[in-house]
Design a protein around this ligand. Structure first.
Ligand SMILES: [Zn+2]
Length: 146
């Protein structure tokens, strides 16, 4: 995680002209990516969902510790991206995972998709659209039935 903006603590309730635009969605929908600053404070991205550059920005709410609607913290998950041209989303790495288990460990029909979800969870949320996880279940010698 790379911090691209932190609101100076010395300016009180003033508007910081150096702060990035809040880029809020008119409907109030939020990207909702989260991160923690070095002090351990959690920030939620309040930009519109699916913003096209990879800079997440957290604007203050009504009781948010700063001027309402002003960005207090902004971050990216990697160097490059916003301000440095778009980073490539072409896949360059493939990890092969083989999961084997006895029929007694088969928990439900959605197990292959549940395994895929667990694998996706190890990636940053902002990268999920670019991460491909394919799962196929095969059983021998007796196919698992519902
Ligand atoms: Zn965001």
């Amino acid at each position: 995680m790379h911090i691209t903006y932190e609101r100076p603590t010395t300016i009180g309730e003033q508007i910081d002209p150096a702060a990035p635009a809040a880029d809020l969605d008119p409907t109030g929908a939020e990207c909702a990516a989260t991160t923690y600053d070095v002090g351990g404070l959690e920030w939620h991205c309040t930009r519109r969902p699916g913003h096209t550059d990879d800079e997440h920005r957290a604007a203050f709410g009504v009781h948010g510790g700063g001027p309402t609607g002003e960005v207090g913290f902004a971050w990216q998950y990697e160097w490059g991206g916003a301000g440095h041209g778009p980073s490539s989303t072409d896949p360059i790495t493939t990890v092969t995972v083989t999961v084997s288990f006895p029929s007694t460990a088969w928990t439900n029909e959605q197990l292959p998709e549940a395994i895929a979800d667990e694998i996706r969870s190890v990636f940053w949320e902002c990268d999920h659209d670019d991460v491909t996880v394919a799962t196929t279940a095969t059983s021998t010698p007796h196919p698992v039935t519902g």
